[in-house]
Design a protein around this ligand. Structure first.
Ligand code: SF4
Length: 730
């Protein structure tokens, strides 16, 4: 085994840019810096925001080696010249005193750590891994991450024989991607610009912000497009809607079945489209022909006339209309989330809007190159996934590319996982039931690669290896697509804008260190610059050109079309009946499935949650600028319907006790008419319980405290809004 020195790591990972001029101490007093910077040259460097999975294109402006400001890239389809508050806050995190500034090693069971050099950390982790793999096998390693950069992780996992790559998606949207893939061969995205009618159900583009989407939605409205928002909460998107329709939470499936019934029975659906491009229509209809608008209304609380009115609007405006394909709210949080997503595909298919202006389109895409392999050593046989995703007899229908993160403690308890890597991922706060998640510390080896002292690092990690800030590193280009319709794929990359201000490294350099210490020679035998060149080579784009433009649009490949549609499914059609489900003994088509739990008593409510426009779930609770907005807006308060609050004698700002089967906490209340009476709503951000995150610590509460760590048997999601709580004043 050959140890690598810090010097050689830094040399190997020194992804610099030709225009970079970094000379000043980044920790210099800002006033001194501002004065000094008056006449300094302003350097503009492209990057991709790391504030959420949208990865907006960013221009970082740097003076004297310090970040001056950021702006949205004007070409990038997700930003189009704009960034949200979170993006600005995350950029400033580069100077956040809460970052971890050097590698840390746990010294006891009381969450005390000591600094350690990179060389020591790599050596110790490499040796511990060798011992564990020798005794139990490489398939006992789990890589759990927010998502992304899977090539690096999988190179490592392939060599040692692990297949358990896990993302956070079961807490976010796995029902959506799984179902759209099964029924339509992949995801489709809404064309806001040309829609005459936009129906958003459980999707709040102004809360879980996507800057370019909001620009396009508001522009379409100004051109005359009608916006209907169906949501238990008067969410931020509802403020610009023509109509906000509060729905009983957990019953969106009934609303969708009522819409479909009206479209079909009133002859409003596109028969030609269905005959040519749909498989399984008759089976769907056979099981749902009695589910009319009246039946739907009795369940979801929206009047039958209103359901019929919306169905007629969809039919009249088709195909320049859509039911937006949804995201976090409905795609992971109900017992019937899978059926909700199935009905989403079905309603769009009934109005025949696939590949139609103002309808929905697949993502334009492109292929990037990769560096030549540099590793020619032994490869261990691939082990069975520790979480059972895609495994016969366990969770055969769950996508292995997503995994089941909420089960990691269980995998450890059963000896299926012994080495756990967390990359930019914090399940102790972002997955259900934190006390259960804390059992992750029982693994033989836990290595966390975070940016700050998140809960998972603090409570479970044996080693914490700090990754640098996104503005401090270059990364291989990405194909930009998805989230919203755009006819052409784009290419964008992170370039290094700032010198790493402390002893942190990029993931590539961290993995070079660990794998070398483990004894895998030359697994990542390339630099970031070489990776960038190899990625762009098939497109004939130079790294210099990409750096100058920040984002390059390729030729349009996804345009409206009238005929010759083909779907990447077994039948090449949209499959209303899922073959993989039938094979596993389930009914292939959606039918009514009730929510798992229902509030019944005077003081019982369904607990639902959502994103605030200035926070990225739990990622931003230690950011001074974003937490200042929270303080100004009483942002930690729980929303409660005013009539229900009245019944319980609760007034604005009162402290209440909220209790579920697994937790009791206290929180202040915002009383409002903008919420369905049967639920309470919590922002998804708060409840930080890592003492090291001083700004966010102990501010507010989090919905994950109240829900057990369940697994949906088909798509693996957490059913995070299947939770009844009781509320008492005081
Ligand atoms: S939506 Fe906001 S936080 Fe997300 S990538 Fe864009 S600017 Fe950053």
């Amino acid at each position: 085994m050959q140890a690598m020195t810090r010097r050689s790591f830094l040399k190997a990972g020194a992804a610099t840019t030709a225009t970079l001029a970094i000379t000043k101490n980044l920790k210099m007093d800002f006033n001194v810096y501002a004065q000094d910077a008056k006449s300094a040259e302003l350097i503009k460097i492209p990057s991709l925001c790391n504030g959420c999975s949208t990865y907006c294109g960013v221009w970082a402006y740097v003076k004297n080696g310090r970040l001056w400001k950021i702006e949205g890239n004007e070409v990038h389809m997700k930003s189009r010249g704009h960034l949200c508050a979170r993006g600005h806050g995350i950029a400033q995190n580069v100077y956040n005193p809460g970052r971890i500034t050097q590698p840390m090693k746990r010294v006891d069971n009381k969450n005390n750590f000591k600094p350690i050099s990179w060389e020591e950390a790599f050596q110790e982790i490499g040796e511990k891994m060798q011992d564990i793999v020798e005794e139990y096998g490489g398939d006992k390693m789990v890589w759990a991450c927010h998502g992304g950069k899977e090539t690096y992780a999988k190179q490592f996992m392939d060599v040692i024989g692990s297949s358990t790559y896990i993302t956070h998606y079961t807490t976010c949207f796995t029902a959506k991607t799984n179902i759209w893939s099964n029924m339509a061969g992949g995801m489709f995205y809404a064309d806001f610009d040309n829609a005459k009618l936009m129906l958003f159900v459980g999707r709040n583009y102004a809360g879980g912000i996507l800057p370019a989407a909001m620009k396009r939605i508001t522009a379409a409205k100004e051109k005359g497009s009608k916006i209907i928002v169906v949501d238990p909460r008067f969410c931020e998107l509802a403020t610009i809607a023509d109509e906000w329709i509060p729905i009983r939470p957990g019953t969106d499936l009934a609303f969708f079945l009522g819409l479909a019934h009206t479209l079909i029975t009133e002859g409003l659906y596109n028969k030609e489209f269905v005959e040519e491009y749909v498989y399984g229509f008759d089976e769907f209809w056979m099981h749902n022909k009695d589910f009319d608008a009246e039946k739907a209304a009795a369940i979801c609380g929206i009047g039958a006339d209103k359901i019929r009115e919306i169905a007629r609007l969809l039919g009249e405006n088709a195909p320049n209309a859509f039911l937006e394909p949804g995201y976090h709210g409905l795609a992971a949080h109900y017992q019937n989330s899978n059926e909700i997503m199935m009905m989403n595909v079905i309603i769009n298919a009934l109005i025949g809007n696939f590949w139609k202006k103002g309808g929905i389109f697949p993502a334009a895409t492109s292929s990037l190159g990769a560096p030549e392999p540099t590793y020619y050593g032994p490869i261990a046989p691939e082990g069975v996934r520790a979480d059972g995703a895609g495994v016969a007899g366990q969770y055969p229908l769950v996508e292995p590319s997503r995994g089941i993160p909420q089960r990691i403690p269980d995998m450890i308890e059963k000896g299926k996982a012994r080495i756990v890597f967390f990359y930019s991922y914090n399940p102790l706060r972002s997955a259900p039931e934190p006390e259960y998640q804390k059992k992750i510390k029982n693994a033989d080896l836990v290595v966390s690669i975070p940016y700050d002292w998140n809960e998972t690092s603090y409570y479970t990690a044996d080693y914490i290896l700090p990754e640098n800030h996104y503005l401090e590193r270059a990364e291989s280009p990405k194909v930009v697509n998805g989230h919203i319709y755009w006819p052409a794929a784009q290419i964008a990359a992170r370039f290094k804008a700032l010198q790493a201000s402390d002893d942190s490294l990029a993931l590539l350099d961290i993995l070079k260190g660990i794998t070398t210490a483990y004894g895998i020679e030359n697994l990542y035998g390339y630099t970031v610059e070489e990776e960038m060149e190899a990625a762009l080579a098939p497109l004939g784009i130079s790294v210099k050109e990409l750096q100058e433009k920040g984002c390059i649009e390729l030729r349009p490949t996804v345009l409206p079309k009238e005929e010759g549609l083909s779907f990447n499914t077994f039948t090449k059609k949209i499959e209303f009946s899922i073959g993989a489900w039938r094979k596993e003994g389930y009914l292939g088509v959606p039918t009514w499935v009730p929510p798992l739990v229902v509030p019944r008593e005077k003081n019982e409510f369904r607990l639902i949650h959502g994103k605030q426009p200035w926070h990225s779930h739990i990622m931003t609770t230690n950011n001074p600028y974003l937490m200042a907005i929270t303080a100004e807006k009483n942002g930690t308060f729980m929303w409660m319907n005013s009539s229900r609050a009245d019944e319980l004698g609760i007034r604005e700002g009162d402290l209440v006790t909220i209790t579920s089967d697994i937790a009791t906490k206290q929180i202040n209340v915002h009383v409002t008419e903008g919420l369905h009476p049967e639920c309470v709503w919590l922002p998804s951000t708060y409840g930080t319980f890592s003492e090291k995150l001083k700004l966010g610590y102990d501010k507010g509460i989090n919905y994950n405290d109240f829900i057990p760590a369940r697994v949906d048997e088909k798509t693996g999601h957490v059913m995070g809004q299947e939770c009844i709580v009781t509320i008492t004043k005081g």
